[in-house]
Design a protein around this ligand. Structure first.
Ligand SMILES: *Cc1c(COP(=O)(O)O)cnc(C)c1O
Length: 418
């Protein structure tokens, strides 16, 4: 469910016509809907057991305006770097609702997070336990930790976003888990509070979640029997969203699996949804630069490229593409929709049937609110695209378009080239 709809043949974000935003901001740009963000957060929260911490995985969309919109609904955050910590604090999420995940936390990042007073560290290896213990001890503090366990479950998602198999770099191997807890219990500056798991992203089947959560429940019981105090269970994120006609399980069905698997543990539950909150709350708007006939194909060449939205190139992702203005009686044609970047991978859709398009037409690439702008780059010296947040009839540019001059000013001449 989202708030991007046609009115009188023009695509709107809530009550704001996308064509009007494009005229004001230029293309390409990301456009987010406040009402959609709020709806997704509320529906997810309502489906979870009372008292759960919903820690929005900010790596999905780190826009400060998006973070603040969610902060005002009471969201916490799952972060994976010091940079994300600073962004969520700037956005207004209190440190006391922040959990810190990631396989490669540096000492300085741990120190900043301890000073800020975050809720817990999700520790992903034995060496990380030692380093966190040292950093916390040096400050006379105790760090609250959960160990991220790799349950060796196949999430049946794209290989590049599967994280819970034994071969993946994430978490502590299932067979090492109990020994790792016993080791952590001996480190004086750590306080064990929970167990953490995150098996992947864009998961469209509940079975892998159930399998992983049941394993976690068993582990919690074993750890408690071994004398560890486990008061929190972090289930990670990963619930999928509809990119095409397939409909992933809804939050209510996911909530039922959560209750069934871990509801009786008498632990605070933590969830880390990212994509589910922001994916359908954002679109990437682009203009058709050329329509080019090849020997075998017809190409729509957009002014947005893989540097703006890398998901199709990186994850073979499908994104629906729609015209911003519907032309009555437009003939349908089959196109490859591509960007201007000098890479064959700069391709948004292959053999896609669309209403006939001409140069100057606007299109919206849908479901682009998660893992879109955050993965943007300036490859081909293309400045980062702006981000716009809509609320009702209002819209605001929350990140202005970068200029090439901005990017040039970031660099320095070596002495010998001055
Ligand atoms: C990426 C990530 C998430 C969010 O995943 P989604 O599929 O966007 O919900 C949650 N937790 C961790 C540890 C992650 O790395």
């Amino acid at each position: 469910m989202n708030h991007f709809d046609y009115r009188n043949g023009v695509l709107h974000a809530e009550d704001a016509p996308i064509a009007e935003i494009a005229a004001a901001v230029g293309t390409p740009f990301y456009c987010y809907s406040t009402a959609t963000l709020e709806r997704h957060y509320r529906v997810f929260e309502a489906a979870m057991p009372k008292g759960s911490l919903i820690a929005y995985a900010v790596k999905a969309n780190g826009s400060l305006a998006v973070i603040r919109t969610l902060a005002r609904l009471g969201a916490g955050a799952d972060i994976v770097s010091e940079g994300e910590l600073k962004r969520v604090l700037a956005g207004g999420i209190p440190a006391a609702k922040v959990v810190f995940s990631g396989v490669g936390k540096r000492r300085s990042e741990m120190a900043t997070a301890l000073d800020a007073g975050i809720y817990q560290f999700n520790v992903e290896s034995e060496p990380e336990l030692d380093v966190l213990n040292e950093v916390a001890a040096s400050k006379g503090m105790k760090a609250a930790i959960a160990l991220r366990i790799n349950p060796d479950v196949d999430a049946k998602t794209h290989a590049k976003i599967s994280t819970g198999k034994a071969e993946n770099k994430f978490g502590i191997g299932w067979n090492r888990a109990k020994a790792a807890y016993a080791y952590a219990a001996k480190l004086p500056a750590l306080k064990i509070v929970g167990v953490d798991v995150h098996i992947g992203s864009q998961i469209t089947d509940l079975a892998p979640f159930r399998e992983a959560f049941l394993k976690v429940a068993q582990l919690v019981q074993d750890l408690r029997a071994a004398g560890h105090e486990i008061s929190r269970v972090d289930l990670g994120g990963g619930l999928g969203v509809p990119y095409d006609s397939r409909t992933p399980p809804d939050p209510a069905s996911y909530g039922a699996v959560v209750r069934e698997a871990v509801g009786a543990l008498d632990a605070q539950l933590i969830m880390e949804p990212g994509r589910l909150i922001t994916a359908n709350a954002g679109v990437l708007v682009a203009e058709v630069i050329y329509v080019k006939k090849g020997d075998e194909k017809e190409f729509i060449i957009l002014d947005a490229g893989m540097n703006d939205l890398i998901r199709p190139a990186m994850y073979d992702a499908f994104h629906d593409i729609v015209p911003v203005r519907v032309r009555a009686g437009a003939q349908r044609r089959v196109y490859d929709v591509v960007g201007p970047v000098c890479e064959s991978a700069d391709l948004f859709a292959r053999d896609r049937e669309l209403p006939q398009l001409s140069a100057g037409d606007l299109v919206a690439i849908l479901t682009a609110g998660a893992y879109g702008a955050v993965q943007g780059s300036s490859y081909n010296a293309r400045p980062l695209a702006p981000e716009v947040l809509v609320k009702g009839r209002q819209f605001a540019v929350t990140r202005p378009r970068q200029s090439v001059e901005d990017t040039i000013a970031l660099e320095r001449w070596p002495d010998w080239l001055r």
